[in-house]
Design a protein around this ligand. Structure first.
Ligand code: MSP
Length: 645
C-alpha cells in the first residue's frame, strides 16, 4: 500500500497557539485526510519544540520552571487539535526521552564520521531567533526579523560540516524539481546555494550560557543547538533507526512549513540527514504568512488572531474552509473577519447550503424523502455529469499539489452548475406536469452529485461533511472511500434511502460590529470611522504631541512593492545622508512616477518596521476619503527635512 507522511513544524512553546499555527496544522490535517481517501496509508505528525533560550526566558517571565512551563504550553497546542478538527497520528515533544535518545544517537554518529568539529566562533547573535547573523544579513545593523540589535558573542563551540554537503544538495535539488515547492522557494534555495560557500553550522551552546537543551553525548559541557535538536523530531517520532514506522513512512515524508523556516528545512535538514546516512525527505512544501494589517502575526507585535474566538463565533467549517480557500500556496494573505464572513456567505451559505437544502426539500415534497429511482438520462444530464467529472478531476489534481484554493474553485463550478441545473430542469414544473420518471432522474442526479461533493469536501470540513452525508442517509467510513474513482463511478447512492427533510448546516452570518479576534478588525477591513468627539477623555499631553517628529520629505523616486498590490516603496529625501525607504499604501491611488518630486509630510521618528519583507523607515501622511487619497503637502518650497511644527 502506498504511504503518505505529513508533518507540521513543531511549534515553539514560548507563546500560545495563534491563527498561523492553526493554519499549518489544519492544512496538514486536510492533506492527511485527502490521502487517506485516495487509498494511502497515512501518518500525520505535529508537536512542540521545547528547548532553547526563548523557552527559558518565557518560563522565567511566567515565574515557572522550564519543565512546568513547557508542560503547560505544549498541552495548549495539543488540546487545540481536536477543537480544530485535527486528527494527528502522533504528537511529539522534544523533551520526550525517546526523542532525546534519538538526537544523541545521531549527534554521535555524525561526530564519529568526522562531520562535527570543535572551533571558535564570533558573530551577531539574536536571542529572538536563537541564531547568529552575518553582517550581510543584518538590516541597518538590526536583526531582519525582530528589528532589534543583536549581541556580538564569541565563544568555542561544536560545528557541523554543512559546507561539505553543499555540492551534493545543489545537485539533489537540481535533479529533483519537486523537492521544494512552490517553485519560487526552490529557486530561492538554489540561488542561496549558488551564490556563495555554505558555512558550517554551529550546533552547540556552552552550558555556562544555556542548560535547557540536549547534552552533546561527546561533551557534557555543551547542549545541542535547538534547530539540530528540533529537525530530528521528524524521524525520532517514527522510531528511527529501528522503528517499522520509519521504514514505512519516511520515504513519503512531506514537510509543511511557512517561509520563515525555509533555510533550516531546505538546507540544514537535508545536509544533516545526508551526514547521518539517511535518505532526504520527499518534499518540502512552503506557504506564506497570514498577515494582519500587512504585517506578520506575532506575539511581540501584539497582533495575533485567536483561532478559538473565530471558531466559537463562526463555526469550525467556516474557519477551515476560509483558511484553505483564501490562501494561495506560497503567497501571503491578509486576514480579516470580513473576508471570512463574505467567503462563508457566498460559497457555503448561498451556493452549497441552498443547493443542499433545496434538494432535500424537493426529495421530501416529491418522493416522500426517499432517494428516487433514476430513469433515462437526457442531454442536460450528460452535460452536468461531464462538468462534475471534470470539476472533481481537477479538484483532486490541485489538492494533491496543495493548491487548495484552486481545487475548491474547481469543485464550485460543479456546485454552481447544479444550482443552474435545478433552474433549467425546473423540477416544480415536472411535478405539475406529472413527469415522474424525469423528475426522479433530476432529483437523483442532484443527490448523487451532492454525495460526491460532500465526500470531496470531507478533508476540508470533516464535521460538516460527515453530517451532510448522514443527512443523505449514508454512514460514512473514510477508509471505505475510493476518491480516485469518484469521478467515474456513478450511482452509489441507493434508491429508497431516506434523506433528511431539510438542512441548515451553513446558516448565513452577518458581518460583526465587534470582531471576535479581539483586535481592531484584522487585515484589510477598515476600522469604522470614529466620531470626532471620541478623543481620549483626558486629552493628549502637549509633550506627547511633541514626541512626533514631522518633517518635510522630498520624494526622490517610487516603485511598486514586489509582492503587495497595495503598497509602494517610496524613497524620500529628509535632508539626511541618504534617502529613506518608506512603505506606503498608495498603490491604488498613485502611479509610482507621479510621486517623484512631490513634497510630503513624513513621521520621521517611527521605529523602522518590516512590511512584507521591505523595511519602512517612516510614514507618509495622507487623507483617505472614499475613493480618493490626497497627500498631505506644504506650500512653498521648504528644504527637505524641514521640521513641521
Ligand atoms: N520551532 C520552530 C520550528 C521547528 S520545526 C523542526 C518554529 N516554531 S514557530 O512556533 O515559530 O512556528 C513557525 C511556524 O508556525 C511557521 O513555519 C508556520 O507554519 C506557522 N506560522 C506562524 N505564524 C504564521 C503566520 N502568520 N502565517 C502562517 N503561518 C504561520 O519556527
Amino acid at each position: 500500500m502506498e504511504t503518505f507522511y505529513v508533518t507540521t513544524p513543531i511549534y515553539y512553546v514560548n507563546a500560545k497557539p495563534h491563527l498561523g499555527h492553526a493554519y499549518t496544522t489544519i492544512m496538514a490535517d486536510a492533506l492527511n485526510r485527502f490521502h487517506r481517501l485516495m487509498g494511502r496509508q497515512t501518518f500525520f505528525l505535529t508537536g512542540t519544540d521545547e528547548h532553547g533560550d526563548k523557552i527559558v526566558k518565557a518560563a522565567e517571565e511566567n515565574g515557572q520552571s522550564p519543565q512546568e512551563y513547557v508542560d503547560n504550553i505544549s498541552k495548549l497546542f495539543r488540546d487545540l487539535c481536536p477543537r480544530l478538527g485535527v486528527e494527528h497520528s502522533a504528537f511529539i515533544r522534544t523533551t520526550d526521552p525517546k526523542h532525546i535518545e534519538c538526537v544523541q544517537a545521531i549527534l554521535q554518529k555524525v561526530y564519529d564520521n568526522g562531520d562535527i568539529y570543535f572551533g571558535e566562533y564570533g558573530g551577531h547573535y539574536c536571542f529572538g531567533c536563537e541564531r547568529f547573523y552575518t553582517e550581510k544579513e543584518l538590516v541597518g545593523g538590526l536583526c531582519p526579523d525582530h528589528l532589534t540589535k543583536p549581541e556580538y558573542i564569541s565563544e568555542k563551540n561544536y560545528f557541523f560540516r554543512m559546507s561539505k554537503y553543499q555540492a551534493w544538495l545543489l545537485e539533489h535539488i537540481n535533479r529533483n524539481p519537486e523537492f521544494i515547492r512552490p517553485e519560487g522557494y526552490r529557486r530561492e534555495v538554489l540561488s542561496l546555494l549558488e551564490s556563495g560557500a555554505l558555512e558550517d553550522l554551529c550546533i552547540s551552546r556552552p552550558k555556562s550560557r544555556l542548560t535547557w537543551g540536549i547534552e552533546l553525548p561527546f561533551d557534557r559541557d555543551f547542549v545541542c543547538y535547538v534547530w539540530f535538536d528540533a529537525l530530528i523530531n521528524y524521524i525520532s517520532a517514527l522510531g528511527y533507526p529501528k522503528g517499522e514506522k520509519f521504514k514505512k513512512f519516511w520515504p513519503s515524508a512531506n514537510h509543511l512549513v511557512a517561509k520563515d523556516i525555509l533555510k533550516p528545512h531546505a538546507v540544514f535538514w537535508p545536509t544533516m540527514l545526508r551526514a547521518a546516512g539517511i535518505e532526504p525527505y520527499q518534499r518540502l512544501n512552503v506557504h506564506g504568512y497570514w498577515l494582519v494589517k500587512d504585517t506578520k502575526m506575532s506575539k511581540s507585535l501584539g497582533n495575533v488572531v485567536e483561532p478559538m474566538a473565530l471558531i466559537e463565533r463562526y463555526g469550525l467549517a467556516a474557519f477551515r474552509y476560509f483558511l484553505l480557500r483564501d490562501m494561495t500556496l506560497g503567497q501571503d494573505s491578509g486576514f480579516s473577519e470580513e473576508a471570512l464572513v463574505n467567503r462563508f456567505n457566498a460559497d457555503l451559505a448561498n451556493d452549497l447550503g441552498n443547493l443542499f437544502n433545496r434538494t432535500l426539500s424537493m426529495t421530501h415534497k416529491y418522493f416522500k424523502g426517499q432517494v428516487p429511482v433514476p430513469g433515462d438520462e437526457d442531454l442536460a444530464d450528460a452535460e452536468i455529469k461531464k462538468l462534475g467529472q471534470e470539476a472533481m478531476r481537477v479538484y483532486q489534481e490541485e489538492f494533491a499539489e496543495l493548491r487548495f484554493s484552486r481545487a475548491l474553485e474547481s469543485l464550485w463550478t460543479l456546485v454552481r452548475g447544479l444550482n443552474k441545473f435545478i433552474d433549467s430542469s425546473a423540477p416544480w414544473a415536472l411535478f405539475k406536469a406529472k413527469k415522474r420518471a424525469r423528475l426522479g432522474t433530476v432529483i437523483y442526479i442532484l443527490l448523487e452529485h451532492l454525495r460526491k461533493v460532500a465526500v470531496h469536501l470531507w478533508p476540508v470540513m470533516p464535521g460538516a461533511c460527515g453530517e451532510m452525508l448522514a443527512q443523505l442517509g449514508i454512514s460514512f467510513d473514510p477508509l471505505k472511500v475510493d476518491l480516485l474513482k469518484e469521478h467515474d463511478v456513478w450511482g452509489l447512492l441507493e434508491p429508497g434511502t431516506g434523506v433528511a427533510e431539510s438542512s441548515n448546516l451553513f446558516p448565513r452570518i452577518e458581518v460583526p460590529e465587534v470582531p471576535a479576534s479581539g483586535q481592531t478588525l484584522a487585515g484589510e477591513r477598515k476600522a469604522p470611522a470614529r466620531p470626532l468627539k471620541a478623543a481620549p477623555a483626558a486629552g493628549l499631553e502637549f509633550e506627547d504631541f511633541q514626541k512626533l517628529d514631522l518633517r518635510v520629505g522630498l520624494v526622490v523616486s517610487a516603485r511598486r512593492h514586489p509582492d503587495a498590490d497595495k503598497l509602494l516603496l517610496v524613497d524620500v529625501d529628509l535632508g539626511e545622508e541618504r534617502p529613506r525607504q518608506v512603505v506606503a499604501g498608495l498603490a491604488g491611488f498613485f502611479e509610482p512616477e507621479d510621486l517623484a518630486g512631490r513634497r510630503v509630510v513624513v513621521v520621521a521618528n517611527l521605529k523602522p518596521r518590516k512590511i512584507r519583507k521591505e523595511i519602512s523607515q517612516g510614514m507618509i501622511l495622507a487623507v483617505h476619503s472614499g475613493q480618493a487619497m490626497d497627500l498631505l503637502t506644504v506650500g512653498g518650497r521648504p528644504a527637505a527635512g524641514s521640521r513641521v511644527s
